[in-house]
Design a protein around this ligand. Sequence first.
Ligand code: ATP
Length: 439
Amino acid sequence: METKKVTDMQEIVSLSKRRGFIFQSSEIYGGLGSCWDYGPLGVELKRNVKDSWWKAMTYRDDIDGVDASILMHPMVWKASGHIDGFSDPLVDCKECKARFRADKVDVTAPCESCGAKDSYTEPRDFNLMFETTMGPVKDSGSTVYLRPETAQGIFTNFLNVQTTMRRKLPFGIAQIGKAFRNEITPGNFIFRTREFEQMEMQYFVKPGTQKEFMEKWKEIRFDWHIEQGLDPKKLRWHDHGEELAHYADLAFDIEYEFPIGWDEMEGIHSRTDFDLGKHAEFSGKNLNYVDQADGNKKYIPYVVETSVGCDRHILALLCDAYRVENPGTKEERTVLGFVPKMAPIKVAVLPLMKKEPLAQKARPLFEALQKKYKCEYDVAGNIGKRYRRQDEIGTPLCITIDFDTLEDEAVTIRDRDSMNQDRVKISEVESYILNKFGF
Ligand code: ATP
């Protein structure tokens, strides 16, 4: 069988819209640049991703979670270096006014947008933080920022968590939340947006041990992406080598091969004591850790962080899961081959016809399964079309109830990938599914 994988991001954009995964923000007003809304299926997928990450990262004995506010004291961003240094070099085309990140275009070549020669301005720094005003009157209110990363809400809570949870090093703090960056060149669907969600964990360690923990977290995080169903051949490491951010002493990215090429999906960084050290300095608070295991030595812990974009990971899942079987033939079939735990809908219950006796069997089964799994009940249209829809949204199992069900108390369960069908007693459906999914 011939199978075609995704080659053009547009295929993912149109499937996402057609099937209710992701819509353009404010679409009825013509949309808002690089802002996207998750629809009914997208929000399920996103919840699955967040749940999976949360379980992997916090259902352990050395990591606690927090949910910090998006707006923080402006001094946080002074201390972290974001007010002075969180900028990208920007160039404009003098002819067509298009803007580019100077580090992403060849500034010696003609303008990428209009082709004009020697038209780029000198690069200037453009701060990526969104500003807003806090307080009732715009003029007298104070400037606050929408956080450009979730990490700082963890650093500022380091002491709170350490003392309330009676933590000893090494331990971590995890968080999932929105971040905002006024990106110069957003785009490629949900790959780079101005509002996005990060899943971050900062692991606090004794200085000198960061390399060892870096190795450990690199392995854990790489494996997580594979367990999410991503093809290991489309994952690779990028070592930042000498090109490090001001706060880091080691940095690696997990890259995924998107239809636009290899690019970063997750960063694993050794952030040293930079952030806690700066917050101690700017806040005047003592953020030292007293190491009872080492003669009550006092020091600022080092940090190894893992930071993955939830939306970017979702884009990777959609691209990876997408396949068209037998393209261009009568048997053409588009499938999202999600692993069961990522599938937005786990089971579709499909009575062959709308007729009442079938509903009497199908409804109670649907209600029972719905208690455990997100299910869909669909009676509209011919069964072939209903299967195709479920294939396209990645539903692993479809259950049909037909007239034989009324006689034999059994249903047909169809597997999305093999399209094999099993006849299963209604009383055994739950254990059949448990066996297939493993949950
Ligand atoms: P880039 O070089 O692509 O701008 P970055 O190195 O600045 O990214 P980090 O600050 O390390 O990114 O952020 C961690 C993760 O957050 C990234 O790996 C990515 O998955 C996600 N991320 C960062 N910026 C965006 C964005 N504008 N839209 C969507 N996800 C983002």
